[in-house]
Design a protein around this ligand. Structure first.
Ligand SMILES: *Cc1c(COP(=O)(O)O)cnc(C)c1O
Length: 387
């Protein structure tokens, strides 16, 4: 296995090809030309490994593909225009009419919409289960189940699945497994090493890490990636631009530093919040009080910067007042960048068309970015004073 330092700093970079530039060039071209007909014909033997047209392959994107694959311990990777594009491409590639999918309950919103609204139009059905207990997954499997879709931990309540056990179960029944590894990042969790077939990411979050690029990744074996590439990837065409790919590579340089800092600070914030009298509960996988703490420690080397807090507030108005007092966290969705964020469940109450009242209104999800943890805690402490 390649050392993390080598992957982030050198792997995939062929500097002698571009004037020994330290930073790779943005090959901003849609098209490539050929020396002669022999070259033309040779290139078409495999569009994934040759340079023909940027929807298929581009040298800047290729560097990124190599790094991302190595990070996940995969043979190859594809880069997409968003995490959602990666998920949809990887999922659709496994399915045909009559197939059945088992998916974990807390999966990302648009993953669930893919499986509840889009795929049923093509004759695919899906069962959602609480994946914290392997028995629930086992019980949901049918004769026509071909895909087990996992996300561990999930990004609001941090439910874990035992990835190794899931992979073994699926493999014994000939079922393909996909895991969304956005939360932990490959620095802390490598599902392919645990037997998972495909790993997907929102590259928008930790991998790029600067809140300035939307991207996604699919990692897997040479064979699976080649198959996805030749059909779904090339037909959907949801690619990253060479410019964004270069930004993404720049983001990766500091991946290890960023996720370790984010984890260290999040743990400190979680421990502070857990002790505060106006906090009912903190959900964070690396707190000893977390119900799946043992499994978290077994399959992850660290946790992410996301945590959820249940406030001791007797009304929605109190939660709103708390949110209004916070100064050092931006009120926003998404996560994984340099900046700390908060996303209160109460923000999804009374929203026509996007209302979600299934999450308790006293839940506030925080993302801990790269700022000083004590400085963030100071802000939380003053805001909690209003409850
Ligand atoms: C954001 C997110 C996605 C979707 O990624 P986009 O890049 O926004 O399309 C998928 N999974 C998880 C866990 C996410 O947080």
């Amino acid at each position: 296995m390649n050392h993390l330092s080598d992957i982030l700093t050198h792997l995939g970079e062929e500097r002698e090809k571009y004037f020994k530039a330290v930073s790779p060039p943005i090959i901003q071209t849609s098209n490539f030309c050929f020396k002669d007909l022999d070259d033309f014909r040779a290139s078409f033997t495999n569009e994934l490994t040759h340079h023909i047209y940027t929807r298929g392959n581009n040298p800047t994107v290729e560097i990124l593909r190599k790094k991302v694959a190595a990070l996940e311990g995969a043979e190859d990777a594809l880069i997409t225009a968003s995490g959602s594009a990666a998920i949809a491409t990887a999922v659709v590639a496994q399915l045909k009419a009559g197939d059945h999918v088992v998916c974990v309950e807390g999966a990302y919103t648009w993953t669930k919409i893919l499986l509840t609204e889009l795929m049923p139009r093509f004759g695919v059905s899906c069962t959602f289960v609480d994946g914290r207990d392997l028995q629930n997954i086992k019980a949901a499997l049918q004769d026509n189940t071909v895909l087990l879709y996992l996300e561990s931990p999930t990004s609001l309540t941090f439910d874990l699945q035992d990835l190794k056990a899931c992979a073994e179960l699926a493999r014994s029944r000939g079922i393909t497994t996909i895991a969304d590894n956005s939360y932990a990042s490959p620095v802390f969790q490598r599902p392919i090493e645990m037997g998972i077939d495909l790993v997907v990411h929102s590259g928008t979050k930790y991998l790029n890490g600067h809140s300035d690029v939307v991207a996604g990744v699919i990692c897997g074996s040479q064979e699976m990636i080649q198959k996805i590439f030749e059909t779904e990837f090339m037909t959907f065409g949801g690619i990253i631009s060479p410019h964004d790919a270069q930004q993404f590579i720049r983001g990766l340089r500091t991946l290890e530093l960023r996720v370790k800092r984010s984890f260290e600070s999040a743990l400190k914030v979680a421990q502070f919040l857990e002790k505060h009298p106006m906090v009912e509960q903190v959900s964070y996988p690396f707190l000893a009080s977390f119900p799946q703490y043992e499994l978290a420690k077994k399959q992850m080397d660290g946790a992410g910067g996301l945590l959820s807090v249940y406030l001791k507030a007797d009304s929605k108005e109190k939660v709103e007042a708390f949110v209004g007092r916070i100064k050092r966290f931006l009120l926003a969705v998404s996560w994984g960048g340099h900046e700390s964020l908060m996303m209160p469940a109460v923000g999804f109450y009374d929203v026509p068309g996007r209302e979600d009242t299934t999450t308790p209104w006293n839940l506030v999800r925080f993302y801990i970015g790269l700022e000083d943890a004590d400085w963030l805690i100071e802000d939380l402490e003053q805001a909690l004073g209003i409850l």
